[in-house]
Design a protein around this ligand. Sequence first.
Ligand code: FES
Length: 136
Amino acid sequence: MNRRGFLKLLTSLLGLSALGAFLYPLFRYLTPGAATASAKPLTIPQSELPLDAVKDLLVKGTPAIIIHTKDKGYIALSRVCTHLGCLVNYDKARQIFICPCHSGTFDLEGNVISGPPPRPLPRYAVKVADGNIVIG
Ligand code: FES
């Protein structure tokens, strides 16, 4: 292979990899269902969450928390603050969620108590079936 042929081959390979680098994200953007279609509801055994227990989870890739309360049963909420997206922390003693970024607070059901968050924390549907807690 002469120098001209080598440069043509090299240019073609670089062009193909640049095209692939452009087309792959475009394909992923245009077919989001393919990535989420396999997302099943999250299931955890009831035995893992006794009364007053708290568990951090990932629900469809979003940090979340589930709490087993005496009065309200299972409550599953997103931990992503509705203000600017920081992760809220659960204060078990006060039974509230506190955002570390701007001190927004939420009650046990995710409703805003104080601070800048404009909306409640998103809540996930929870049901119990066959000894399992099904979330989302
Ligand atoms: S990000 Fe939570 S209060 Fe601002």
